[in-house]
Design a binder for this molecule. Structure first.
Ligand code: F58
Length: 802
């Protein structure tokens, strides 16, 4: 049906009538989108089935990537591109007077995630399928993904997101593959001929129903599966209060990250975590059982990867299945489990390391708690042998201590591989945050620097740049992104650089139009587009960016001789609903934007735009139109970052600290093609350890700082009611935990360098080209190949799917 455009249009019209029950004349864009989606899914289905059959027939080792988030975004264009049918479809639709881009508008972003961790999982799915690797995803089908952000009077307002309102055309509900997941109840121990057996009685059971999404690789027959679980009531609940049971059950797959500041929210979150891993493991074991008589070799055929600690209950759950259901000894079960599970850490922020109170954990998951307890006791005994008498160390490293279950400790002890997501991050884990564990298990620790799929973040989102690259170096970079390096040959080619300039300008114009339509703000595509888009968090220091803008504004107002290259500062960020400080920063950005954008005296120099509801589809329009990539976290705090890689691949220049993957970006692109400023991670960590930083001194000694900090509270930007006092206090009263004032002067200096470099257009274009040319390393294909080789031990099945 996709072999030529005539065949496509004929099938499309037939299907439209059949699926929507309408004539072409009556049909809407939504009907067209829906019909096209169904056609694509059908087209994929035979390879989907064949892929699974071949995995079974060949007894391939398969990896399951367990993640509480998959930030997929839209799938229509992505799937068309990977299937290699985008041109046929686009042209065929045109014949019918339909624009493919209009149909894309009909698709809702699948926002089953919040930030980098969730988007990484989505990029990994694409690379696994493209590299023909047997790897699938397991997640939760949240009815409402991450909230929709509205900005009202400068404040963030959260609305429930409604991505499923019109259904999700890519999914297949498989009710026959549902599994039951038990909560609450009690555990009974029975002595069966001298062997202790455990039964979970009086549990409240939730039915987990899988919805499968095909994951299509780029121009390959491999189609892997992303299985998303939805929570439904079982037909025979034991709970007498049926309404409460229904509510409690459905809530499990209702929202991503429910507020967990109180116990009810904590219970729900822990329920989600167990729901995900228990449903996934039960279904994996069930299909494994069809091929293998016992589970004794399970780890040789199955890998379970846990994306951060949220799915760490996979460890005790697998132990439970092996012991309680398969009748194995503890030792055998432990051997299999610790050779099956691998774990990625995504943060060193102490407050982000998950801990659950025993008082919640034990009653909710009684059998799982017993197993965690046993794991903990055995681990502490081992520690005692290794460090006799060192109570302090054992207390620090225990999995359960002070009435809390420490999920990261469980993850390290119960897995065979622990990886960080950028070189510096892994070093910090090894040398500092997890040093005690590193000393006990040095062989487990390894680094896998993050990557992004260049298919979505370059080929799909920046078609003009893609064409230019293809004209220059051909298309082999598409399958081997390291070949982008050959673009360096064009460093001296002024015609090529000119085209690069034109493409960036075109992309900036499109974004400028969008900004005008959305916000009414007119921005000049000739100005520098200076962009910070990411989750809102104190450590990411959106505040440093804002203070610099305030400084520029002050200079422009006070000094008529002050020269600067015109700038448009763009922000996009969602703040977690309960994160008070982050929300204040959003209000601050909007407050200064209001004043600056309405001041005619600076309008040819400075504009500030906060883009509402930052999400994958918006990001795809922003990266291709960016000049400057703001990666300004406090050094040591950003594990890796992946936005930094998306900017680089689209020719934006990084302005950043020596943090996360910025360091590796610098190594690849060279010192001359990046703007680095600020404290190093070492310096930051030394300040934390030994003190020596007093933010007030910087306030007193630098009048630029004094002025902007005072302006937070003196009403200069038109705010009332001490709105920004908490920000002011964080800087001066709480000694500026994130070293914003400490790095301020160095940031201004680096920003000045950015302006100077941009003014020399030829120089800038060469720098931009160097960034694109050296971005191949940051493709998730490289990352996934490293996971496959070094952690999972799986290999390509290319050619086996027939
Ligand atoms: C991010 N973590 C890291 N966490 O911050 C980023 O440096 C890294 O590049 C990325 O993972 C991928 O490795 C992240 O996105 C979250 O969103 C948390 C999820 C749990 C609640 C708190 C936020």
């Amino acid at each position: 049906m996709f072999s030529n455009k005539e065949m496509f249009t004929e099938t499309f019209l037939q299907r439209l009538e059949m699926t929507c029950g309408k004539s072409f004349q009556e049909s809407t864009k939504r009907d067209h989108y829906h019909t096209l989606g169904i056609m694509i899914r059908e087209y994929v289905s035979s390879n989907w089935i064949k892929t699974n059959e071949s995995y079974r027939a060949e007894k391939e080792k398969q990896v399951y990537y367990l993640s509480i988030e998959f930030l997929l975004g839209k799938l229509l264009r992505h799937n068309l591109l990977n299937l290699g049918i985008d041109d046929v479809v686009e042209e065929g639709l045109k014949e019918l007077g339909i624009e493919l881009s209009d149909l894309e508008e009909m698709e809702a972003d699948a926002a089953l995630g919040n930030g980098g961790l969730g988007r990484l999982a989505a990029c990994f799915m694409d690379s696994l399928a493209t590299l023909d690797l047997p790897g699938h995803g397991c997640g939760i089908r949240y009815k409402h993904g991450l909230f929709e952000q509205k900005i009202v009077d400068g404040y963030q307002v959260e609305l429930p997101e409604q991505w499923l309102r019109h259904g999700h055309v890519w999914e297949v509900r498989k009710a026959d593959l549902a599994v039951d997941v038990p909560f609450w109840g009690r555990v009974e121990a029975i002595n069966n001929n001298g062997k202790l057996e455990f039964r979970h009685l009086e549990a409240e059971t939730v039915m987990a129903v899988p919805y499968d999404l095909p994951v299509v690789g780029y121009q390959t027959d491999t189609v892997n599966t992303l299985r998303l679980w939805s929570a439904e009531t079982t037909p025979y609940p034991i709970n007498r209060d049926i309404m409460k049971y229904k509510r409690d059950t459905e809530l499990i797959s209702e929202f991503l990250y429910p507020d967990d500041t109180h116990d009810e929210g904590k219970i729900l979150r822990l329920k989600q975590q167990y729901f995900l891993v228990s449903a996934s493991i039960r279904s994996i074991v069930r299909s494994y059982r069809k091929q293998h008589a016992s589970l004794i070799d399970f780890h040789k055929y199955v890998g379970l990867h846990i994306n951060d600690t949220h799915p760490v209950l996979a460890i005790p759950e697998l132990m439970r299945v092996l012991i309680d259901e398969e009748g194995m000894s503890w030792e055998d079960a432990w051997h299999i489990t610790t050779n099956t599970i691998s774990y990625t850490n995504h943060t060193t922020l102490a407050e982000a390391l998950e801990k659950w109170p025993v008082r919640i954990f034990q009653p909710l998951l009684p059998r799982i708690f017993m197993i965690v307890n046993e794991i903990n006791e055995r681990f502490c005994q081992d520690l005692w042998t290794q460090y006799p008498g060192d109570w302090r160390k054992i207390e620090d490293m225990a999995i359960i201590a002070h009435d809390q279950v420490k999920m990261a400790h469980l993850a390290i002890v119960g897995s065979y591989s622990v990886n960080g997501v950028a070189a510096i991050h892994t070093e910090i884990l090894k040398q500092r945050e997890m040093n005690q564990f590193y000393q006990v298990f040095p062989e487990k620790f390894n680094n896998k620097t993050n990557g992004i799929t260049h298919r979505r973040w370059l080929i799909k989102s920046n078609p003009k740049l893609t064409s230019l690259i293809n004209e220059g170096i051909g298309t082999k970079w598409v399958n081997h992104p390291e070949h982008l390096k050959e673009l360096q040959f064009f460093q001296q080619d002024s015609a090529f650089l000119e085209q690069l300039y034109e493409i960036k300008q075109d992309n900036k114009k499109s974004l400028a139009e969008k900004i005008k339509a959305k916000t009414g703000i007119v921005v000049d595509p000739l100005s520098i587009f200076d962009v910070q888009v990411k989750r809102l968090h104190a450590y990411k220091r959106q505040l440093l960016n804002v203070l610099h803008i305030m400084y520029l504004y002050n200079r422009l107002k006070e000094d008529s001789s002050f020269q600067m290259y015109p700038r448009t500062f763009l922000f996009g960020a969602k703040a977690s609903p309960g994160y008070y400080y982050a929300k204040k920063i959003i209000k601050l950005i909007n407050t200064i934007a209001e004043k600056i954008n309405n001041d005619k005296t600076v309008s040819d120099k400075l504009k500030v735009v906060f883009l509402e509801n930052y999400r994958v589809s918006l990001a795809e329009e922003i990266f291709p139109a960016s000049d400057v990539s703001e990666q300004i976290s406090t050094a040591s705090k950003e594990a890796s970052g992946t936005g930094n890689m998306k900017f680089m691949m689209n020719g934006a220049l990084t302005l950043g600290t020596l943090d996360g993957a910025n360091i590796e970006i610098k190594e690849h692109v060279g010192d001359d093609n990046i703007f680095i400023f600020g404290l190093t991670a070492e310096e930051v960590m030394n300040y934390y350890q030994y003190g020596g930083y007093t933010s007030v001194d910087y306030y007193h000694h630098d009048k630029r700082i004094r002025q902007v900090v005072d302006q937070l509270t003196n009403g200069y930007f038109g705010d009332l009611d001490n709105e920004f006092e908490p920000i002011h206090d964080s800087l001066l009263m709480e000694n500026d935990q994130y070293f914003v004032l400490r790095d301020f002067s160095s940031y201004i200096e680096a920003q000045r360098e950015v302006g100077k470099a941009y003014a020399d257009q030829n120089r800038w274009l060469k720098m931009s080209l160097a960034n694109i040319a050296n971005s191949g390393f940051f493709s998730s294909d490289r990352t996934i190949q490293q996971y496959a080789d070094d952690i999972w031990n799986i290999s390509s099945v290319k050619g086996k799917v027939r």
